[in-house]
Design a protein around this ligand. Structure first.
Ligand SMILES: C[S@@+](CC[C@H](N)C(=O)[O-])C[C@H]1O[C@@H](n2cnc3c(N)ncnc32)[C@H](O)[C@@H]1O
Length: 311
C-alpha cells in the first residue's frame, strides 16, 4: 500500500528529479535509511534504474536542504521505501506502507500446506460469508487451517500484521496495539482427511495464539455429522492433475450432500474453487441457491467464489 505524496505530469527525466525534490521528506528520521523502488510503464528514453537514481539523489538533496543531514541509502533493508512509478507521461511518488513482504504473508505459517490459501483471500471469504464471532464456523476441508485461523484472529481482534517488520511502523513509530485484543472463545471447527494436515493446522493455530478456540478433527467432508454450523467457508481441492475429474465430482457432490446434515436453516456457505462448472452443477441438483458468484484471479488460476444457501 502507498501513501501518495505527489502525482504530476512530466516530460523529461530532469522533471522527475524536480518533482521528487519538491516533496517534504521530514517524516523520515535522520538516522533512518531509505531506498527508492521505481517502476516504469510506457516508452521512454530512460530506464527504471535511471528513475531510481535520479529520484534517490533528489530525496538526498531535499533532505540536505531542509535538515542539513545526508540521508543514508540502504537498498536491501531500508527503513523507508519511496516508490516512484512512471506511467506514460505521469509520475507517482509515494511512501510504501507495506514493505517488501506482501501483506498476505502471515507470521503463523509454521506448517506449509502444499495448497494453502492466500490468507488475505481467506479473510475476504469469511467477511463475504457474513461471519462474526458469535456464529459457528466450519471448514470441512481445512488443510493447514488458514480460514479458521483468520476467523479466530478476526474474532479476537488480533492484527494480522502483528510480528511483521512493518515499513509503516518504522516510519511513523507506531506499534500495533494489543489493548484491543479480546480473550474470547469461538465455535470454530476444522475437518481434514489427512492426519499430517490436522497436526500442521494445529501447529499453525498454536503459532497464531488461537489454538484454544479452534477444534481440528480428522474426518471426511463427505460424511459430516454431529455439529450444527451456520457458516461454512471452504477451499476444496481443485483436482488439477489429469484424470482427477471423476474424483472431484464425487468429492464435490458427496460434500454438498453431506453438508446438509450439519447446516442450520439460516446457514451461509462460501466456497472458492476453479471447478466452477462441477460446483454449480451439484449445488443446483442438491437444492442450494447460488446467491453470488464472484470471479477471482488467483495466481494464474481462474477461480470462482460461490455464496450459497439451502432452499
Ligand atoms: C486446497 S486444500 C485446503 C487448504 C487450506 N485452505 C489452507 O489454507 O491450508 C484442500 C484440503 O482438503 C482436504 N480433503 C480432500 N478431500 C477431503 C475429504 N473428503 N474430507 C476432508 N478433507 C478433504 C485435502 O487433504 C486438503 O488438505
Amino acid at each position: 500500500m502507498l501513501i501518495l505524496l505527489e502525482n504530476r505530469k512530466f516530460e523529461v527525466l530532469e522533471d522527475i528529479y524536480k518533482i521528487t525534490k519538491d516533496i517534504d521528506y521530514n517524516f523520515i528520521k535522520p538516522e533512518q535509511a531509505f531506498a527508492v523502488r521505481a517502476n516504469r510503464v510506457g516508452s521512454h528514453n530512460f530506464t527504471s534504474m535511471d528513475v531510481a537514481r535520479v529520484a534517490g539523489q533528489a530525496i538526498i538533496d531535499a533532505y540536505m536542504e531542509s535538515r542539513q543531514k545526508r540521508l543514508k541509502v540502504n537498498l536491501d533493508e531500508p527503513d523507508v521505501i519511496i516508490r516512484v512509478d512512471v506511467i506514460h507521461d505521469e509520475v507517482f511518488v509515494g511512501v510504501d506502507t507495506t514493505g517488501d513482504n506482501a501483506l498476505h504473508k502471515r507470521w503463523y505459517r509454521v506448517y506449509h500446506h502444499p495448497a494453502s490459501l492466500n490468507a488475505s483471500i481467506a479473510a475476504s471469504l469469511i467477511r463475504l460469508a457474513g461471519w462474526n464471532e458469535n456464529k459457528v464456523l466450519l471448514d470441512p476441508m481445512a488443510g493447514g487451517g488458514t480460514i479458521l485461523i483468520e476467523a479466530a484472529l478476526m474474532g479476537r481482534n488480533i492484527a494480522t500484521g502483528k510480528n511483521r517488520d512493518f515499513a509503516y511502523f518504522k516510519i511513523f513509530g507506531e506499534i500495533l496495539s494489543e489493548e484491543h485484543e479480546k480473550e474470547i472463545f469461538m465455535d470454530l471447527y476444522g475437518i481434514e482427511k489427512y492426519r499430517k494436515h490436522v497436526v500442521g493446522a494445529t501447529r499453525n493455530a498454536r503459532a497464531a495464539g488461537v489454538a484454544d478456540t479452534i477444534k481440528f478433527l480428522q474426518g471426511d467432508a463427505t460424511k459430516l455429522e454431529g455439529i450444527e454450523a451456520n457458516t461454512v467457508v471452504t477451499n476444496p481441492p481443485y483436482g488439477l492433475r489429469i484424470g482427477s475429474k471423476r474424483i472431484i465430482e464425487e468429492l464435490y457432490s458427496g460434500f454438498l450432500d453431506s453438508l446438509q446434515n450439519v447446516l442450520s436453516d439460516d446457514a451461509t456457505v462460501v466456497i472458492i474453487t476453479s471447478n466452477d462448472k462441477i460446483l454449480r452443477k451439484y449445488a443446483e441438483v442438491l437444492g442450494y441457491v447460488i446467491e453470488e458468484e464472484i470471479g477471482v484471479k488467483y495466481g494464474n488460476l481462474d477461480t470462482a467464489v460461490f455464496k450459497l444457501y439451502l432452499q
